[in-house]
Design a protein around this ligand. Structure first.
Ligand code: SAH
Length: 394
């Protein structure tokens, strides 16, 4: 076996690792002894040669994603145990026995102490997305472990890492089934049915992370005129349809709007009160003359990096300001940010600034977050990425 490369950190740069944060930034590295190739398991030491942990190496801003802080092998047993722990956590959190729901996240990367690995389960299909080459190399092993979980629910594994692996990696990943084959792609969430397009859809095909917030919207939708902006496949629209007076579903992607319309059809015989519109959300709000008393704002991550944080906050401000301006008195806004680099406080501040500019009275009904199957590793605050507010506009 090849000797593992040793990475020695600069003095003082071990602080975050000692607090169990799993990322080593390239700037923290003093020297690499031996050859570290993309995807290799490497050992990390402090400036005084004390062992700190072991993880996947990758040239780039985050140079090492630590898998363990102990002196343990990163072998098949390691992956089996971590995946089993993720499974057990979800059992305890009630995710595996959810009522009429069979879509959930089984592995949430750092949130489950498996940096670089996302696994979403849709009925009997597991969809994997690898964000590091080190994880990608283990995809076959991981797929095998997923197929043999205690409840035997997974019958097929789809690898969807083509677009999530780092650009520089020459892995030439191709999306496709690596276990089993195409199964029924219909999932149930709180009794509502959705088609999930794991072949072509965004992320792993469906935004599972909004499940509890969609359920909440259902309880606020009685007799409301709903505008669902950034709808994607219409999750919020479907939940709103049962009680609302009307639902307008807007997305800039023609494909998304078609899928949203299909999902509405899948659940409701009468679709009279639903309308799908392909449009830019900002432009739609500028042009519309319809009255709305419940608006959903669930835009894609405006900021993927810290250096564009300012622009992102401006984006949230502009979007929320427009919605607060046009909503009817007594209206309700569900507003979200899914940017990892935008903190809860920053998001709230940008909504506050937006509200202040409108002259309307705004109350926070509730603060929203991500569900239990997207756990936040307390040592890795970045894994808390979804934040939202339900606002009441007088
Ligand atoms: N609310 C959705 C997830 C939203 S994902 C759910 O519950 O499933 C974000 C969506 O915003 C994507 O579908 C993307 O096509 C859309 N989008 C991105 N920019 C947009 C814009 N300027 N106007 C309208 N939609 C946009």
């Amino acid at each position: 076996m090849m000797k593992r490369a040793r990475i020695v950190l600069k003095s003082g740069k071990d602080q975050s690792v000692l607090r169990k944060h799993p990322w080593i930034f390239s700037g923290a590295i003093k020297k690499i002894y031996g050859e570290a190739l993309e995807g290799d398991v490497v050992d990390v030491f402090d400036n005084k040669d004390n062992y700190l942990g072991r993880g996947h190496y990758q040239p780039g801003s985050i140079a090492v994603r630590l898998l363990t802080f102990e002196d343990q092998e990163i072998d098949a047993d390691f992956y089996s145990l971590r995946i089993f722990e993720a499974y057990e956590y979800r059992k305890s959190a009630g995710i595996l026995s959810m009522e009429s729901t069979n879509a959930f996240r089984l592995i949430h990367a750092e949130g489950d102490n498996l940096p670089g690995l996302i696994v979403d389960v849709y009925g009997s299909v597991a969809v994997m997305q690898m964000h590091s080459i080190g994880m990608y190399y283990k995809r076959d092993l991981i797929a095998g472990i997923l197929m043999s979980l205690p409840d035997q629910r997974i019958k097929a594994v789809f690898d969807k890492s083509e677009s999530t692996l780092p650009y520089k990696a020459k892995a030439e990943a191709k999306n496709g089934f690596i276990r089993g084959s195409q199964e029924n792609n219909l999932v149930t969430e709180y009794g509502y049915r959705f088609h999930v397009d794991w072949l072509e859809g965004q992320k792993t095909g469906f935004f599972i992370d909004q499940r509890e917030n969609r359920k909440l919207l259902e309880s606020f939708s009685e007799d409301r005129r709903i505008l669902n902006l950034f709808s994607y496949t219409g999750g919020f629209s479907v939940y709103g349809m049962s009680n609302a007076r009307m639902v307008h579903t807007v997305d800039v992607s023609d494909r998304a709007v078609k899928m949203a319309e299909n999902n509405v059809k899948l659940n409701f015989k009468d679709q009279e009160k639903h309308r799908g519109i392909v449009s830019d959300a900002f432009k739609f709000m500028d042009d519309t003359s319809d009255d709305y008393d419940l608006i959903v704002l669930d835009p894609p991550a405006f900021a993927k990096h810290h250096n564009v944080l300012h622009n992102a906050l401006q984006g949230y401000k502009k979007l929320n300001r427009k919605a607060i301006e046009i909503i009817e008195p007594g209206g309700i806004i569900f507003t979200f940010s899914c940017s990892q680099v935008v903190s809860r406080e920053n998001f709230r501040k940008s909504v506050f600034t937006a509200a202040a500019g409108t002259g309307r009275k705004v109350r926070i009904i509730k603060q929203l977050s991500q569900p239990a199957d997207h756990p936040v590793n307390i040592f890795h605050p970045e894994s808390e990425y979804l934040k939202g507010l339900i606002l009441y506009i007088e």
